[in-house]
Design a protein around this ligand. Structure first.
Ligand SMILES: *Cc1c(COP(=O)(O)O)cnc(C)c1O
Length: 460
């Protein structure tokens, strides 16, 4: 073990240097991957030196998601204290289903859940868990909603036509989860959004009324706090009123933007969250924790238990249900995703998490201001979002992003809202500074300037 930890340190030292010197790793075409690195598995053991060289090569040819030129996804950066927690979780290798096996780690998870419930306004009635991702958080919410609507369904199934509502700008996991639950993709209603990508409550109510007239069974509304492309926040209070009127479960998917719960300045974007039946947030997005760290909370702790508990004599042998977290989770064996968030939070304090969040909005403001002051750019996104959507000189966003990736310049993605396609630049890495944001734009401009491929054909 000690030898392997030495290898770990050696490779990580090199990785940290490589990230600084070459923030975007050399592109390897997928079709040529297996020629470039020998990933095949064989009968015989490898010579130790050869193995170490190969492993180092594999690590150093992998995309560098913590570097200062990675803006491709809704995560980025690396917080040392969170990494420390995750490494220790691997060393401990607990499973979070029982107190007998998880011990104090169960307390770590419960402490985060309780604190978040308090911050959201669910108080002592609330509870929650760490599912394996934001998509699974949303699935758990949908399952609780179904069981709250009709507790017999989990025993007998149903022939009722259950209907789900979510906005056109919401994450794809909602229709996917509806498919997996047997509700059916065709029974997901996509509510229109306004020009800023926020769900229109009036249209939601119209759709509900139409379904009721048709004899369908509405049961679940999903709102998004931070839509995946524009970063828009759906307004909670009017939708909460509608949900109460028709007795529907309201879930707020804050996988991306739910981190604003930590910010005095931005938590107004979640105004009314205490009225929602459930809320999810990915600490691996705005809150600087490594993948995966997803949390789903509900204000109906009994519903969480009723939907997910199973008796299992071979598993639950000691301590009360309160500390046997397998009774409220989807998985049986479950990774300790809580420790890394706890080591970060405990060491830096809530105020610093708030600073991380506020800093991301500050960087977004820097980016928007740059775009507004430079006429070659078109801005497509709005204030109070850390997704900055833009085009440069009318160049096709897909083409530009792909070329910058293939030529190892910048990792950034593109997205679409209505008829517009644009670059989606995400300022979620709170280790970046103003200069890093400005550097992104100057690199992009220099790239376009020298690019033979882009210049003659695509410029408008
Ligand atoms: C990222 C995201 C998800 C999915 O979370 P995963 O952890 O990637 O499964 C769900 N909803 C929204 C709004 C997201 O941005």
């Amino acid at each position: 073990m000690k030898g392997d930890l030495k290898i770990f340190n050696t490779i990580v030292d090199k990785l940290l240097i490589a990230e600084k010197e070459t923030p975007v790793v050399e592109y390897i075409e997928a079709a040529k991957l297996h020629d470039r690195i020998d990933l095949s598995l064989s009968n015989e053991a490898m010579k130790e030196d050869d193995f170490q060289d190969l492993l180092e090569d594999l690590i150093l040819t992998t995309p560098r998601t913590s570097s200062k030129l990675f803006f491709n996804q809704l995560f980025g950066g690396r917080k040392g204290k969170a990494v420390l927690g995750d490494l220790l979780a691997v060393m401990l290798n607990n499973s979070m289903y029982t107190y007998k096996v998880g011990g104090p780690q169960v307390g770590v998870e419960k402490s985060i859940i309780n604190k978040l419930c308090e911050m959201v306004g669910y108080g002592k009635e609330g509870n929650g868990t760490f599912p394996s991702g934001g998509s699974m958080s949303n699935l758990m919410a949908m399952i609780m909603a179904r069981d709250a609507h009709d507790p017999k369904i989990k025993l007998e199934g149903t022939s009722k036509k259950l209907i789900v509502y979510t906005s056109k700008a919401s994450h794809y996991s909602t229709p996917k989860n509806a498919a997996m639950m047997g509700i059916g993709r065709n029974n997901v209603r996509f509510v229109n959004t306004n020009s800023e990508g926020e769900l229109l409550p009036d249209h939601l109510e119209e759709l509900i009324l139409t379904d009721l007239e048709m004899g369908n069974t509405p049961f679940y509304v999903n709102l998004t706090a931070g839509t995946t492309v524009l970063g828009a926040y759906d307004s909670i209070p009017p939708v909460s009123t509608i949900c109460k009127r028709y007795n529907l479960w309201l879930h707020v998917d804050g996988a991306y933007g739910g981190g604003v719960i930590f910010s005095k300045k931005y938590k107004h974007l979640l105004k009314g969250i205490e009225e929602a039946d459930s809320f999810s947030v990915n600490a691996h997005k705005m809150l600087g924790t490594p993948l995966t760290c997803s949390i789903v909370l509900t204000k109906h702790s009994q519903q969480l238990y009723d939907s997910f508990s199973n008796d299992a004599e071979y598993l639950y042998q000691t301590d009360g249900d309160d500390y046997n977290l397998g009774k409220i989770s989807m998985q049986c064996g479950r990774r300790n995703d809580a420790l890394k968030f706890w080591t970060l939070w405990k060491s830096v304090g809530t105020e610093t998490l708030e600073k991380y969040v506020d800093h991301q909005f500050y960087l977004a403001e820097v980016a928007r201001e740059y775009i507004r002051n430079h006429p070659d750019y078109t801005l497509y996104s709005f204030d109070d979002s850390i997704s900055i959507c833009f085009n440069y000189k009318g160049i096709d966003a897909n083409e530009l992003c792909t070329l910058m990736y293939e030529e190892s310049e910048i990792m950034v993605g593109f997205g679409k809202f209505r008829d517009d396609e644009f670059i989606r630049f995400v300022t979620i890495n709170s280790e970046n500074e103003k200069e890093d944001i400005l550097n992104f734009f100057s690199k992009l401009e220099a790239f376009v300037e020298q690019s033979v491929q882009l210049a003659p054909t695509s410029l408008t």
